[in-house]
Design a binder for this molecule. Structure first.
Ligand code: MN
Length: 255
């Protein structure tokens, strides 16, 4: 099995190293990750400047490779599949393990989720994995969950334009309450901006939003993680609101 690993926290992040060390025990690994923090860069790609690729030694052993790219998570997936291993395409792309949750509509902003989305746009199945909670992060449980899902996805496959968004609560593996299939819940943030003044006297703003605790239905990702359960959500990249198609016909639009 050939796995392409990507993240949005940068190639020096502990989460991607933790999963790379594990999966390199049973798969051929190519790591292609941003050279710096790229969280919340969503699905952006780089068009107006060159992309530079530096091979990095992550100590994964013979046969595995790691590259740092001065681009976004989606750039890393496109470049990885299109340029860095075109003769040996990955069987699966794993994005993460992200430091922090990607629950509900976090996936709109998330570079972690968008890297998985880019993979499935390119026809490669993908899993995005996030470790919820706050620092200090321990990735052991999320690594074990990732291995489980990699093996299951390899066995069962995934449908077109679909990736799995996985969130793992901040517990030891033995203390997780289980694993459930969910849909995306609702997560909103206080839109707080810290207003500050820089040494040159200019005002600047630093976004400091905190998630608002909202009631979420029991079948949602947000609820599952609150209960200490691993959440697995199938995300489909068909944005059409199918139920509204018929309603819109009643508008009798014409030109
Ligand atoms: Mn991140």
């Amino acid at each position: 099995m050939h796995l392409l690993l990507v993240n949005d926290d940068g190639i020096m992040a502990k989460g991607i190293l933790a999963i790379a060390q594990r999966v390199s025990q049973f798969a051929t690994v190519t790591v292609v990750a941003p050279d710096r923090q790229q969280s919340a860069t969503s699905h952006s790609i780089t068009l107006h400047k060159p992309l530079h690729v530096d091979e990095v030694d992550l100590n994964l052993g013979a046969g595995h490779r790691a590259y740092a790219v001065n681009g976004t998570p989606a750039d890393c997936v496109k470049l990885g599949i299109g340029a860095l291993c075109p003769e040996h395409p990955p069987d699966l792309v794993v994005s993460g393990i992200n430091a922090g949750p990607n629950l509900g509509l976090d996936i709109i902003y998330s570079g972690t989720a968008s890297a998985a989305a880019e993979a499935v746009l390119l026809g490669i199945p993908a899993i995005a994995v996030s470790r919820t909670g706050t620092e200090p992060y321990d990735y052991e449980a999320a690594v074990m969950v990732s291995e489980l899902l990699i093996r299951k996805a390899a066995t069962h496959g995934l449908p077109e334009l679909t990736y799995l968004n996985v969130n793992v609560p901040p517990r030891r593996y033995e203390d997780l309450s289980g694993i459930v299939i969910t849909r995306t819940g609702i997560r909103k943030y206080h839109n707080n901006y810290d207003r500050r003044v820089d040494p040159l006297g200019r005002t600047y703003y630093w976004q400091a939003g905190k998630a608002i605790k909202l009631h979420n239905a029991p079948d949602t990702d947000v609820h599952a993680v609150e209960q200490g359960m691993v959440s697995v959500t199938p995300i489909h990249l068909d944005f059409t609101n199918g139920s509204l198609l018929a309603t819109l016909h009643t508008w009798e639009l014409s030109l």
